[in-house]
Design a protein around this ligand. Structure first.
Ligand code: ADP
Ligand code: MG
Length: 256
C-alpha cells in the first residue's frame, strides 16, 4: 500500500520533533528510517499508526487519511512493532500474537481455525513456536521482539511499521527478521539503528536529522560520505561486500 507524508509536523511540546515531512513511498518498498538518537524516527512512525496526531499535514495510506479513517480500519491495514507490547507482559507469546487477529474479527467473534493457523504460521516464521506458551514477562528481549513481529505478521497488514525491529536480536535473527520482512511484498517503514542493515535490506533510505528529512532515496544515493558526516557525525563509506557483493557500511570516527 502506498504511503504519503504531506507536510507532516508532530511533537510533544511547542517545538515540533518532526518538521514538514513530505515523502511518497510506493507499494512494496522497504523504507529504512535512519538518524541519530532523538532525531524524530519514532515520532514520524507514530503519526502513521495513530499513536501521535500530526499537528500539521496529512498521512495518507493509499488514498485515505489515516487520521480521518476509522481506528479499526487502520488497525486492520497497518501492522506495528513498537517499543512496548500492546496488552502488556502477562500474555503468553501465542496470546500476544492472537491479538493481531482481533482487528479482523467482528465484535462478538472468536478466533477461528483460519486465525489459529495464521497465528501458528507467524510464530513459525519468526522462530517463536518453541516459546509460544511462555509469558512475555519471562522472555529475553530478543525473544520478545520476535513475538511482537509475529503479532504484526499475524495481522496480515498492507503496511508494516517497525520501530527498531532488530533491537536485542543476535546477528542471525537480525538478518532473518529483515529478510523475512523484505520477502512479504508489503510496504515496510522501519526505523533502523544499524546503518549496515539498512543498506543491505532497504530499497529506500530516509535519513532524518533534528526532525527534518535530510536525504531520501536508494541506499547508494543516500549513504554518501556527506550524509554520514552531516547527519551522523561519523566518517563512513558504502562499499561492496567482497563475498556476496551486497552493500556494506563502514564507519570510522570523524577526524578533524
Ligand atoms: P528517535 O526515535 O529518532 O530516537 P524520537 O522520535 O523518539 O527520536 O524523539 C524525537 C524528539 O522528541 C527527541 O528530542 C525526544 O527527546 C522527544 N520525545 C520523544 N518522545 C517524547 C515524549 N513522549 N515526550 C516528550 N518528548 C519526547
Ligand atoms: Mg526511536
Amino acid at each position: 500500500m502506498k504511503l504519503v507524508f504531506d507536510g507532516v509536523a508532530a511533537g510533544y511540546t511547542e517545538l515540533p520533533a518532526v518538521h514538514h515531512a513530505t515523502l511518497t513511498i510506493a507499494q512494496g518498498e522497504f523504507v529504512a528510517v535512519i538518524g541519530p538518537n532523538g532525531s524524530g524516527k519514532s515520532t514520524l512512525l507514530k503519526t502513521v499508526y495513530r499513536a501521535l496526531r500530526p499537528r500539521a499535514g496529512t498521512v495518507l495510506l493509499g488514498d485515505e487519511d489515516v487520521w480521518a479513517a476509522r481506528h479499526r480500519d487502520v488497525a486492520r491495514r497497518v501492522g506495528v512493532l513498537g517499543q512496548d507490547p500492546p496488552g502488556g507482559y502477562d500474555f503468553t507469546a501465542r496470546e500476544a500474537v492472537r491479538l493481531g487477529r482481533y482487528p479482523h474479527l467482528g465484535a462478538f467473534d472468536r478466533l477461528g481455525a483460519t486465525d489459529e493457523a495464521i497465528v501458528a504460521q507467524a510464530l513459525e516464521r519468526t522462530g517463536a513456536t518453541g516459546i509460544a506458551d511462555r509469558p512475555l514477562s519471562t522472555l529475553s528481549g530478543g525473544e520478545r521482539q520476535r513475538v511482537l513481529l509475529a503479532r504484526a505478521l499475524a495481522q496480515r497488514p498492507e503496511l508494516l511499521v517497525l520501530d527498531e525491529p532488530t533491537n536485542h536480536l543476535d546477528p542471525a535473527h537480525q538478518m532473518s527478521t529483515l529478510s523475512l520482512v523484505a520477502s512479504l511484498g508489503v510496504t515496510v517503514l522501519a526505523a533502523l539503528h544499524t546503518l549496515d542493515l539498512a543498506a543491505r535490506y532497504a530499497t529506500t533510505i530516509v535519513a532524518i536529522k533534528a526532525g527534518t528529512i535530510a536525504a531520501a532515496g536508494p541506499p547508494a544515493e543516500v549513504l554518501t560520505p556527506a550524509v554520514f558526516r552531516d547527519v551522523f557525525a561519523v566518517d563512513g563509506s558504502l562499499v561492496s561486500d567482497p563475498v556476496d557483493g551486497r552493500p556494506r557500511v563502514l564507519l570510522r570516527e570523524l577526524r578533524g
